[in-house]
Each structure stands twice: as structure tokens, then as C-alpha cells.
Ligand binder design. Structure first.
Ligand SMILES: [Zn+2]
Length: 365
């Protein structure tokens, strides 16, 4: 029986993976992202005391998408749902496949059997679950298909059978390393804002299995942890999570495109420093605005690796991320030549503004 199932899965793997091999050479730019707000309609997802998972997922998904639309106008954002409606898991993946998306991001909230027993954010990629905890998360999220009228798309997959998940490990995505890279960036952004970091995990999620591009499933936090529910249900919490997702996506895009040398910027012989530095770095601040304009705005054309951050109520525009002050000073000279004569070097420590000295000390460690 097991063998029969494996061979059936084997056929499925051929069906799904072979076309992927052809597609493995995807475009050199990140042009389309599918944002998937988990659950919806009759499928509430996990329940909190005052809200539902489907509502929190949608709120963060819409905010996240809006940040991309505003700041990365070359990226097309497609939502699997923008309202409180039920969408099959296979359809969510199909939306991404049909649109030839470059990235798929599914947004969820976690819960535990015992309320208030766990908290924090974690990000999953498709893969074999290494422990019971991860398996339980996948089982819970995949259980959505029990509400679907027609489950032919899943080849009789039983979301409650552990054996079915073992078979999943055979179908690791071709895009696993890219998915892991994106997941890692998401977790780094979450933790830089003080969220408890539960790390990057792997498990067999139907919605990820069915996609043919780098894809991740984010668990924003535990809805049945009173404090986290309050945070995730607040404007501040949703903005923070959406901004973190945006920054991770923007980082991933920038890195991907610079590696493919199609960033639209003049090609540089050496790899841009921004792909090598972590959350503690030096950068050059060259402009400040009360109203936000996109970092890709033509007003800034000529300035390399523009990014924006908010500080003391204004939007500050920066260029590059460097591991040393000397490299940042070089960039400062370049930016000043472009007319930004007030450009100056600043530092970030663990994603927060700090002094140059603090950054130098943090980087020594
Ligand atoms: Zn969920």
C-alpha cells in the first residue's frame, strides 16, 4: 500500500517537477509576487479570544502588499484573496503558477492546544518536518482541505495521516535554497523588531508543495496567546509585521537582481556590499521627506541601492549598506557628487538607528 502510494506520488512528482526543471531558469527580475492570506470565509483558521486567524492574516497581507505597491512599482502584487472569502489551497497555488509569480508568500497565525503556552514568529519552507511540533503545524494548516468540496487536486492526501507527510519529503522544491533565503530574511526582520524568533522551519504544506517558485509560509504569532493576539490585532502590530515582510521581500529582490546583474543600476564589477551585510551596518543618508516617495522615484535616479526608513516622523532616504565606515564614506562622496551635498554616514545596529561608534563596536564582536 505504501509502495503503491509512493509510486503514485512518484508520478505526481514527475508531473510537477519536470515542468519546473524547464522553468528553473526563471526571469532575472522579481516582477510578480503572490500574497496569500491564509484561510477565509467558512475556514476561520485558528481562533483567538477576540479575533480569528483569517482576519489577522488578511489585515497583514493587505498592508504588506500596499507597501510593495507603494515602494516597488516594478513589482506586480497579486492577492489570493482581498476579502473574507474561502479559497481552496490548490487554487491559491494555481493563482501563483498561472501568473508565473516569482515569489509566493502565505500568511498565517499559529495556535497551540494549551492557550498562552507558546509565542513568537516562525517561517516555513516546504520540506520534511524534523519534529512533531512542525508536523502539527502543517497538519493544522493543511486541514483546510477538509472544508473543500473537491479534493481531487491532492491525490487522496489525508492531512491527518503521518504517513502522507513522510511521502512529502520526496517532493522537495527545486526552489528550496531560494525559499530558505527569503525565510531567513523574514525571520531576521521580525527579530530585529523585537519579535521572539522561532526560526526557519520545514514541513509539508500542501499550498507550498503546489507552487512552482520560491515560496514560504509565515506564522506571524500565536493567536491563542493573549498578549500576541492583542499585538497582532493592533494597528501597530499589523504595521510592524507587514513592514518586516516588506523589508525582507525588498532585500530578497535586491539581492536576487544584483546577483543577476539586472538591477537597472550601472553594473559594478564587485558584488554590492548590501548583499553581504547583516542587520548592523553603515549607510549614507542623503535625503529626508515629510511625505513618503518611493525609493525608486526618479528624483533619486543615479543614487545606488536606495532604501527608505522612518525616523522621528520623517522618511529618510539612504544609499547602500556597508560593513565598514570606510566603504560608506566612499559612497558618501559619490552621493554628494550627485548634488546631495548634505549626505552623511549613519549606522544601524540590529536594524535600529545607532551611533557609528556603537556599530563599530558591535561589528568587532
Ligand atoms: Zn493558518
Amino acid at each position: 500500500m505504501l509502495e503503491r502510494k509512493i509510486s503514485r506520488f512518484g508520478v505526481l512528482i514527475l508531473i510537477f517537477v519536470l515542468p519546473l526543471c524547464v522553468l528553473a531558469q526563471k526571469g532575472e527580475k522579481i516582477q510578480t509576487v503572490v500574497i496569500d492570506a491564509g484561510h477565509g470565509g467558512k475556514d476561520t483558521g485558528a481562533l483567538g479570544k477576540v479575533t480569528t486567524e483569517k482576519a489577522l492574516n488578511l489585515a497583514v497581507a493587505l498592508k504588506f502588499g500596499a507597501y510593495i505597491e507603494e515602494n516597488l512599482p516594478d513589482v506586480k502584487v497579486i492577492y489570493t484573496r482581498k476579502t473574507d472569502k474561502f479559497v481552496e489551497l490548490s487554487e491559491r497555488a494555481d493563482i501563483a503558477n498561472r501568473n508565473n509569480a516569482d515569489v509566493f508568500i502565505s500568511i498565517h497565525c499559529n495556535s497551540t492546544e494549551t492557550p498562552n503556552s507558546a509565542y513568537g514568529a516562525e517561517t516555513f519552507v516546504m520540506g520534511e518536518s524534523k519534529n512533531e511540533k512542525n508536523l502539527a503545524v502543517a497538519k493544522k494548516e493543511n486541514a483546510s482541505i477538509l472544508l473543500e468540496d473537491n479534493t481531487d487536486a491532492y491525490d487522496n492526501f489525508d492531512p491527518n495521516s503521518t504517513e502522507a507527510y513522510i511521502l512529502f519529503s520526496l517532493s522537495q522544491s527545486l526552489y528550496q535554497s531560494q525559499s530558505l533565503n527569503l525565510a531567513d530574511k523574514v525571520q531576521k526582520q521580525f527579530s530585529s523588531k523585537g519579535r521572539h524568533d522561532r526560526g526557519v522551519q520545514q514541513a509539508g504544506f500542501l499550498v507550498l508543495w503546489k507552487t512552482s517558485m520560491p515560496s514560504i509560509l509565515v506564522e506571524l504569532g500565536f493567536i491563542n496567546h493573549a498578549k500576541e493576539e492583542q499585538f497582532l490585532n493592533s494597528e501597530k502590530g499589523q504595521t510592524q509585521m507587514a513592514l518586516s515582510l516588506y523589508r525582507a521581500f525588498a532585500d530578497y529582490k535586491r539581492e536576487f537582481e544584483s546577483e543577476n546583474h539586472t538591477s537597472g543600476q550601472p553594473e559594478v564589477s564587485e558584488k554590492p556590499a548590501s548583499s553581504e551585510v547583516g542587520d548592523t551596518y553603515f549607510t549614507v543618508q542623503f535625503a529626508s521627506r515629510d511625505k513618503k516617495v518611493a525609493s525608486t522615484d526618479k528624483a533619486f535616479s543615479g543614487v545606488k541601492e536606495v532604501d527608505v526608513y522612518e525616523y522621528n516622523g520623517a522618511f529618510r532616504y539612504i544609499s547602500g549598506r556597508f560593513a565598514t565606515k570606510a566603504e560608506a564614506t566612499k559612497r558618501q562622496a559619490e552621493v554628494r557628487k550627485l548634488g546631495y551635498t548634505d549626505a552623511f554616514v549613519i549606522a544601524f545596529i540590529n536594524g535600529e538607528r545607532g551611533t557609528i561608534k556603537q556599530a563599530e563596536e558591535a561589528l568587532k564582536k
